[in-house]
Design a protein around this ligand. Structure first.
Ligand code: NAI
Length: 737
């Protein structure tokens, strides 16, 4: 469909010749009613004549178009708009095109040279546009063009006055684009190149002839059409070519440290980095521009905190130069301690999307559940504390800009199922530092202990944008590799929705980076809204695997590796695709709505169902309760029939050790002459008790009353709770220890 301007009223200033004339003819040809404004001045702004505008109006009318002339100077902006309204009753498009030149070297620029240029270009465009503004706003349609110039964008010898005015018009356009947006009043700026009487003084005649104004006009028409949604754009146009311009900003460098003076020497020393456009950003708003400044402010004040997700994370001023792997590798961060109870485990489970809607999830959400467990991926939480505390800033040989830190990959391995409460200590070592050219990769190995026992190992892969090129190696044998999935359709796919508040909930597990909650902070990072934590999607994917391939049994979990590729917005749905290859489940996670891969090269390693898991290794081993059950077994042999008469029930027992299921027993005092066997009940137990080995002994030895144990949560009962009254019969009278 051709672009029609039927019914539209267009005002083109300075349309008596050159580019303006071309615009006027083109708009009229496509049905617009055109006001051809021209003062009829000479190129320097002298003189006045109606001939120029009249001639163009005649040309238009001769072709059957609608046009009227206006001879006012753009400095009388109101008059131009009034005559437009008088002639056609409305104003839809203003093309600010009128212009003159008074080129002088700067030293010779007089007040008049300066003022005239500002008056015609900048003030004239302001006055004409302001007069049209409310009409456009009220009719909820308007298109405005500002005419800038390469001289303003880049500077040009002898055009100080003109350059200033032309770039002033761009500034004016930038703000009008913002103020007009919600009224469908758009403002764009062009920097044209065309042969005209203005350029014939500086261009050879051939070039003037070949750079035709008609190679510029189509851009102006498109930008002024109702279909065009472009707003606030800046375009270079000429010879039939059109290009768009935008601002670019170097990654820059924070050159200030908390409680230390900022000095010109540090600025000097960091100059190359400040001016380095590698991985430059392209801010598009004052908000984006300011927010990075505000971020640096808060980060410097907080002494440099390092986040673990894709974001500007923390600021560290440094006057020393970059990275020295020889110095950094092997360095340890200060150890951290993590105290937790079942509350943190449950909060984490909710944070990674578990819900009571799914009955399977209850064992991770209810501390009273007989199989209450901690999700394996909770293992990242105690270990990330070292980085959250800003420990990295103290490492010698790692003079990096912490605003440029991204969380690239994560590996987690558990050596035993996580406890549901307790105290864990973590030791973090700089395992390696790699030079990837565009950035540096830091491998952080974190070992987490419960007492002396190693519980988990994490490897955080941190990417520092712009910190490469220090001459380091590119790969490391210490890096836990990510692996591509098999090239067949996935064996299983789970789709799960995150909620609008997923990040708000997940952060309560200890990742306080404002990127995940603060819209202005997120905008600074170039995101439309706060993004979900990478480690939250990681938690979603891991539990999808656990449910699908390990029956939600955390003791089957061995390890997970993921690479963070793209952010997820809270509220989006995660699609986890899984491929089973032996005990390794390859995974890929996508945002369902966009099909964008967010977790790549990922896999979960499981312990085989029959393989000796850490849990089964301790099964029966070293439990004090073993002795009691052995005694119960003997008693049943002696007095089985009597007990069956008295009790008439099947009791299941689940003995836990350090929060983990360690042994199961079934006492059958219902069938035959009674029996005891180790392992879960083959039929259905009338009642099942879950109790720790220690508390079991307390009860047996009469130090802990079973009712009290129940009410304090130490003894959990499933099934016919009344039968627990018969416990004393079994434990006290017959165990007799
Ligand atoms: P031009 O000199 O052919 O057209 C400018 C027109 O503006 C003239 O007809 C003139 O009478 C009129 N005019 C001057 N002062 C006026 C006033 N106070 N009120 C109303 N009309 C007035 O020049 P050209 O090349 O067509 O330029 C059009 C616009 O494009 C100008 O703003 C110029 O600065 C800009 N430009 C042109 C370039 C080129 O290569 N032609 C390069 C960069 C910018």
């Amino acid at each position: 469909m051709s672009l029609s301007f039927e019914g539209r009223v267009v005002l083109v200033t300075g349309a008596g010749g050159g580019l303006g004339r071309e615009y006027a003819l083109a708009f009229a040809e496509r049905g617009a009613s055109v006001v051809v404004n021209d003062l009829g001045a000479d190129t320097k702004g002298g003189g006045k004549s109606s001939a120029a505008a009249d001639k163009v109006v005649e040309e238009i009318r001769a072709k059957g178009g609608k046009a009227v002339a206006n001879y006012d100077s753009v400095e009388d902006g109101e008059k131009l708009i009034q005559s437009t309204l008088d002639a056609f009753g409305r104003i839809d498009v203003v093309v600010n095109n009128a212009g003159i030149l008074r080129d002088r070297s700067f030293a010779r620029t007089s007040d008049l040279d300066w003022d005239l240029i500002q008056r015609v270009h900048l003030r004239g465009s302001f006055l004409v546009t302001r007069a049209a503004w409310n009409h456009m706003k009220n009719q909820k349609f308007g298109r405005i063009i500002m005419t800038a110039s390469a001289a303003g964008i880049y500077g040009n010898f002898g055009q100080a006055n003109y350059s200033a005015a032309k770039l002033g018009m761009l500034g004016l356009a930038n703000t009008l684009a913002i103020e007009g947006r919600k009224y469908n009043v758009h403002c764009n700026t062009i920097a044209p190149v065309a042969g005209s009487r203005l350029t014939e003084t500086v261009m050879p005649p051939d070039l003037v002839a070949s750079l035709k104004p008609e190679y510029v006009a189509p851009l102006v028409l498109w930008l002024c059409h109702e279909q065009c949604q472009e707003n606030g754009g800046l375009f270079e146009v000429g010879a039939g070519w059109i290009g768009k311009l935008r601002w670019e900003r170097s990654q820059g460098r924070t050159v200030r440290q908390k409680n230390q003076p900022m000095t010109p020497e540090v600025v000097r020393d960091q100059w190359d980095k400040i001016c380095d456009f590698t991985d430059a950003t392209k801010p598009t708003s004052v908000q984006e521009s300011l927010q990075s400044i505000m971020t640096v402010l808060s980060q410097v004040e907080s002494g440099g905190e390092v986040g673990v997700n894709p974001t500007a994370a923390a600021a560290s001023a440094t006057s020393a130069s970059g990275i020295n792997p020889a110095e950094a590798v092997g360095q340890k961060l200060p150890p951290t301690t993590f105290n937790f109870t079942h509350t943190q485990c449950i909060l984490y489970a909710l944070g990674v999307g578990m819900s009571t809607r799914d009955p399977d999830h209850l064992r991770f959400l209810y501390e009273g559940h007989p199989d209450f467990s901690c999700l394996p991926t909770f293992g990242v939480i105690p270990s990330q504390a070292a980085m959250m505390d800003g420990g990295l800033t103290s490492i010698p040989g790692l003079n990096i800009d912490f605003t440029q830190v991204l969380h690239g990959e994560q590996y987690l391995e558990l050596y035993r199922p996580l406890p549901t409460s307790g105290k864990l200590t973590s030791e973090t070592t700089i395992a390696d530092v790699l030079d990837k050219g565009s950035g540096a990769v830091i491998l952080l190995d974190v070992n987490t202990y419960s007492g002396d026992e190693l519980v988990s190992y994490n490897q955080f892969t941190v990417f520092v944008v712009g910190a490469g090129g220090f001459g380091g190696k590119r790969t490391s044998e210490k890096a836990k590799p990510s692996l591509p999935p098999p090239k067949r359709a996935p064996d299983a796919v789970v789709i799960d929705s995150t909620t609008r508040d997923q990040a708000a909930l997940y952060r309560l597990s200890g990742d306080w980076n404002p990127l995940h909650i603060d819209p202005s902070f997120a905008a600074m990072g170039g995101f439309k809204a706060p993004i979900l934590h990478g480690l939250c999607s990681f938690g979603f994917a891991a539990r999808h695997v656990l449910k699908h391939f390990a029956d939600n049994d955390p003791s089957r979990f061995k390890a997970i590796k993921v690479r963070f590729v793209k952010p997820v917005m809270p509220g989006q749905s995660l699609q986890t695709e899984m491929w089973k290859e032996g005990n390794r489940i390859h995974i890929q996670c996508k945002v369902k709505e966009t099909d964008a891969v967010v977790l790549a090269g990922a896999y979960v390693d499981l312990h085989g169902a029959s393989e000796a898991s850490p849990e089964s290794l301790t099964q029966g081993g070293g439990l004090q309760s073993e002795l009691v059950f052995a005694e119960i077994g003997r008693r049943i042999k002696d007095l089985g029939s009597e007990l069956v008469k008295k009790v008439n029930a099947v009791f299941g027992w689940e003995i836990t050790k350090d929060g983990k299921s360690a042994a199961q027993w079934t006492i059958d005092l219902k069938n035959g002459s009674g029996s005891l066997h180790k392992g879960p009940c083959s039929g259905k137990a009338d009642v099942t008790f879950t109790v720790s080995d220690e508390d079991f002994m307390e009860v047996v030895m009469g130090k802990l009353n079973p009712q009290k144990a129940f009410f304090s949560g130490k003894l959990k009962v499933r099934g016919n709770i009344m039968l627990s009254q018969k416990l004393e019969v079994i434990l006290k009278d017959y165990a007799k220890l």
